[in-house]
Design a protein around this ligand. Structure first.
Ligand code: ADP
Ligand code: ZN
Ligand code: ZN
Length: 830
């Protein structure tokens, strides 16, 4: 170990790098000598693929190329940049990303990118400084006009560095007129005239104040250049201010763009202290020590002993809404911390309420890091760093928090485990719940899956003994569950002789609730002002030009928006097909419901929550907090209101319509509707007063609705599991969905047929059922036609082998597989 020769010998000279591209392979690069000691497995690097620079992740360091490789050293490109001094990806997380990549058949680089917080690039600062040799070269140049081979750019750069000392490399490059690190700067480095060093932005830097950019005036955007518009859009999407380098990186713009925007008053610069804490100014609730009910105490005891045993186990905590599950999660996490281990709590995208974050922050203080989709890049990065350094040992977050660098994990809580938002609906398609279970298994940790309406799969696992089953059968304080009823809208139509939005009972209930000084929630499964626009003359509705769906009218800014591809257009004043002026707005959106209720009940203080308001985070949070404080009487919202919130003064919930959800061509439609209605019913009557729930439907006899209003999970499960068994759906089979997409419908179909053929030929043991090709329920999306091939099998292993073989055969046969997406365990079948 002591001989320097030996150290020399094992010094890595090559890095194997995973890249976030759709190729299932790793890439090898040469490590320049300046990086050989600093590079680590799990570090991020900048490399070129073809000519394109991108961020990759080192998965192995090699002193020499592997024997028998076809790689030729001289042909390998160099790593251009090392972005981490401390590996971003820890060994646990690397192992987990490898599992995800393998199980979900996703490129490792894509999974690794998904595992790290967006905006992480701001963490590392690279600085350049002039060397002794550089100073010499400079004095030679100034002494004799042609005495050196320094180009003017090089000479100028050296001059500045000699005068000003160290400079941040990207800012320096920009100043020298280049958005990338220019080639000549790298040449100066390899000639030994300048040095590059990497600095983490240390705590010292953090304590400083920093200058931030924010949007000042969103108007008047038309005449902006593309770069300026990118800058504005990036700032807008970030939900908060950004530092200049962050913005430059994210929007791919130069510093001068920012200068122009500042000059024109569209962007403002201001100063702020550096720790970006999402709850910095939040008022935290008091933490009272509750006495657990005996059901809570029993469940907690089982969880705690599982944590103590330090053996992997999964427990399903099936507790009706309001039964005190959150209290159990908090105590179980505390128990994990007390035994010296870390903890993780995952929540669905839409359920992560400001209220829950505050409650947990009150309990865990700075020990907890919080992640969710509306954090700014800076906040997300700071929260992530606190985990990475071990300052925080608990994480609360949505889907991607499953990859958070929590050390020595002892417990993972997954609240609302059935929620579809645990599934990422783009590549890499992974399910955070299932990934969490695998992570726990490797860490010998305990998993608690919590739900009032467990997924069929999880409840089935509890029935077969794979999971331990814990039950909280009643609400805290013996509060009864809300009395729920179905309103038959067919009868309402017959009585009122008109299609109506609100039944008389729902209107009466809203008035009554207000009269008692209590609060209501009105829920709708759509957003926008009105669902779509129909022409009364020709009957045409206005469709998205790119997708097979109608556009949704948003009244606020009089636009039509496609909720799939985000196509925006102005609402027309006449029919685009027949030019008739009789345009009709059909269906109701949350905005319109809000307005109708305003008209009907002028004295009611109404707030609205949906994905549109959600994108304006502060407003979204304020509405929820106002409602909690009682400053609003009624909240109108989409299904995101149905889950997780705890408003004790809400005693009435009305659901305008559940029928669209029931009608979806998806085998989980009944399950989803059952869950939605049960969850909604759980929002009412959480305080001391009893609650009431009314659900309007044209299908009052559907089993999902009948069992949901009776709050009868077991009844629903028994009926639904029979359907799943009879029709061969999960949990009885494994599913894989292959989707082909192409702008040419025939081509999309042809590829799907080739897929089918290859799958059938690969399935020599007939272990799979192969269905399709069939047009996807969403037959056209973003200008592409879509076809499905569905594979079902009782053996997941054989199913994977068949699919892998089929894809490999097609690839080797010269087929282009880029139009094919493979989803293992698909959640959405659209
Ligand atoms: P869930 O997560 O199952 O919907 P919560 O944990 O939010 O239920 O509990 C519902 C309400 O009951 C909350 O207001 C909570 O503070 C309260 N609560 C929970 N456990 C107890 C207890 N043991 N004693 C009194 N109140 C409790
Ligand atoms: Zn569209
Ligand atoms: Zn028309």
């Amino acid at each position: 170990m002591s001989g320097s020769g030996q150290v020399e010998h094992s010094t890595p000279r090559f890095a194997q790098v995973a890249l976030p591209v759709h190729l299932r392979k790793l890439f090898t690069y040469r490590l320049p000598s300046s990086m050989q000691t600093a590079a680590q497995v799990g570090s991020r690097v900048v490399v070129r693929l073809g000519n394109k620079p991108m961020t990759g992740y080192i998965v192995a360091l090699l002193p020499k190329l592997r024997a028998g490789t076809s790689l030729i050293e001289a042909e390998l490109k160099e790593v251009e940049d090392l972005l981490d001094l401390e590996a971003s990806l820890t060994p646990d997380v690397i192992e987990l990303t490898r599992w995800v990549a393998d199980y979900y058949a996703a490129p490792l680089g894509e999974v690794m990118r998904a595992a790290l917080p967006a905006g992480i690039n701001t963490s590392i600062m690279q600085v350049v400084s002039i060397t002794e040799r550089g100073r010499n070269a400079l004095s030679v140049t100034s002494a004799s006009a042609d005495g050196s081979d320094l180009t003017p750019a090089k000479a100028r750069a050296l001059q500045i560095l000699a005068e000003e000392g160290e400079a941040e490399v990207h800012a320096f490059s920009l100043r020298m007129g280049s958005t990338r690190i220019p080639k000549w700067l790298r040449e100066l480095e390899s000639d030994g005239l300048i040095e590059r060093a990497y600095r983490t932005r240390t705590t010292a830097t953090r304590a400083k104040r920093q200058r931030l950019l924010k949007l000042a005036n969103p108007a008047n955007r038309e005449k902006r250049t593309d770069a300026q518009q990118r800058a504005i859009a990036t700032l807008e999407a970030n939900n908060g201010p950004m530092v200049a380098t962050e913005l430059i990186n994210a929007a791919q713009i130069s510093l001068s763009v920012i200068a122009t925007l500042k000059k024109h008053g569209l962007v403002e610069e201001f100063e702020e202290a550096l720790r970006r804490d999402p709850l910095a100014r939040a008022e935290l609730p008091k933490t009272e020590e509750l006495t657990l009910t005996s059901a809570q105490a029993d469940a907690l005891e089982t969880i705690e002993s599982a944590i103590t045993e330090q053996k992997f186990s999964t427990l399903l905590l099936h507790g009706v809404t309001g039964s005190g599950k959150t209290e159990i999660y908090i105590r179980a996490m505390r128990a994990a911390l007390e035994s010296g281990r870390g903890a993780m709590m995952l929540v669905p995208e839409i359920a992560l309420t400001p209220i829950l974050s505050r409650r947990l922050r009150a309990h865990f203080g700075d020990q907890i890091a919080i992640f969710h989709s509306s954090l700014s890049r800076g906040e997300r990065f700071d929260e992530w760093s606190r985990l990475r350094t071990g300052e925080a040992r608990v994480v609360l977050g949505t889907r991607s928090a499953v990859f958070a660098p929590v050390e020595n994990l002892g417990l993972i809580v997954i609240d609302e485990e059935q929620d579809a938002s645990y599934r990422q609906e783009e590549s890499p398609f992974y399910n955070a719940r299932d990934t969490a279970i695998v992570r726990a298994q490797r860490a010998s940790a305990t998993v608690v899956l919590g739900s009032a309406t467990p997924s069929l799969e999880s409840f089935h696992n509890a029935q077969t003994g794979k999971y331990r089953y814990l039950s909280l059968p009643s609400r805290i304080g013996e509060r009864s569950l809300a009395a729920a009823g179905l309103i038959d809208m067919r009868a309402e139509f017959a009585r009122q002789k008109n299609p109506v939005v609100f039944s008389e009972q729902v209107l009466a209930a809203i008035a009554e609730t207000k009269a008692k000084g209590e609060q209501s929630i009105v829920l709708l499964n759509r957003r926008g002002y009105s669902s779509f626009i129909l022409c009364r003359s020709c009957g045409e509705s206005i469709m998205c030009p790119n997708c097979e769906v109608t556009l949704t009218y948003h009244r606020g800014d009089r636009t039509l928006i496609c909720h799939y591809c985000n196509h925006h257009q102005r609402a027309p004043s006449q029919c685009p097909v027949c030019a008739s002026k009789y345009i009709y707005y059909v269906g109701e959106g949350t905005e319109q419901i809000e307005e109708m209720l305003h008209k009907r009940f002028p004295q009611l203080r109404i707030g609205r929550i949906d994905r549109d308001t959600k994108s304006r985070r502060r407003e979204f949070e304020k509405t929820l907090l106002d409602f909690e404080k009682g400053d609003l009487d009624l909240l109108v919202g989409t299904q995101m209101l149905a889950k997780g919130h705890d408003f004790p003064n809400v005693t009435f919930v009305g659901v305008i319509s559940v029928d669209a959800g029931l009608a979806l061509p998806d085998f989980r439609a009944a399950e989803r509707t059952f869950q939605l209605v049960t969850q909604v019913a759980g929002r009412a009557g959480r305080g001391d007063r009893p609650g009431k729930v009314l659900i309007q439907t044209y299908h009052p006899h559907h089993y999902a609705l009948r069992h949901a209003v009776a709050q009868d999970y077991h009844g629903f499960y028994n009926e639904e599991i029979r359907h799943r068994r009879n029709h061969q759906y999960p949990p009885f089979v494994a599913l894989a969905l292959l989707l082909t997409r192409h702008s040419d419908a025939n081509r999309a179909f042809e590829i799907a047929q080739q897929l089918r053929k290859a799958l059938v030929e690969s399935d020599t043991e007939r272990s799979c059922r192969i269905l399709g090709p069939a047009p996807a329920p969403l037959a056209r999306l973003r200008n592409e036609f879509r076809f499905h091939v569905l594979v079902k099998s009782r053996s997941r292993k054989q199913m994977r082998a068949v699919i892998d073989l089929a894809l490999a055969t097609l690839e080797n046969g010269g087929h282009d597989l880029r139009p094919v997406t493979l989803e293992i365990d698909p959640i959405s079948m659209m």
